[in-house]
Design a protein around this ligand. Sequence first.
Ligand code: SF4
Length: 169
Amino acid sequence: MVLDEPVSALDVSTQSQVINLLERLQAETGAAYLFIAHDLAVVRHISDRIAVMYHSRVVEKGSSDQVCDTPRHPYTELLLAAIPDPDPLVQPGKSARRRALSVGGEQGVIGAAPEVGCPFANRCPHVMDICLDVFPDALPIEGGGEVRCHLHTTGPVLNGAPLSEMPSP
Ligand code: SF4
């Protein structure tokens, strides 16, 4: 079953009821869902595996825990930073982190992805010369996932490691 943004327009309480219903239906029928959404918190809750897309390209995929706990792609990291935190003492720090992770603002350049190279290049704080010309190959990562980002093969050479292991400049 393909579910395209099934809960994005709903308030949190109704979202929770719909997700619970979907989980019950899945348990009873064994149905598989292709769940499409922008909110990674909701996606993680209902998914076994996640594929992160940016401008129609899959830039990272893997198990839900792998993608959400140890992101390898800067866009995944940005999506995770965009998840609101109910703690008013934590949220300002998250907002500042989100701004730092996206050059060019959160929404301003979404419609203007480069035609060649990495589609995230005009928003990425780590952009390198190669990113402007070459779309990254898929690099397999431990656990059956993959990532498409030159950080793993050029510059810091993460080689499939999480972004949290990137050395400081
Ligand atoms: S390929 Fe380059 S521009 Fe694209 S996400 Fe990786 S570092 Fe950023």
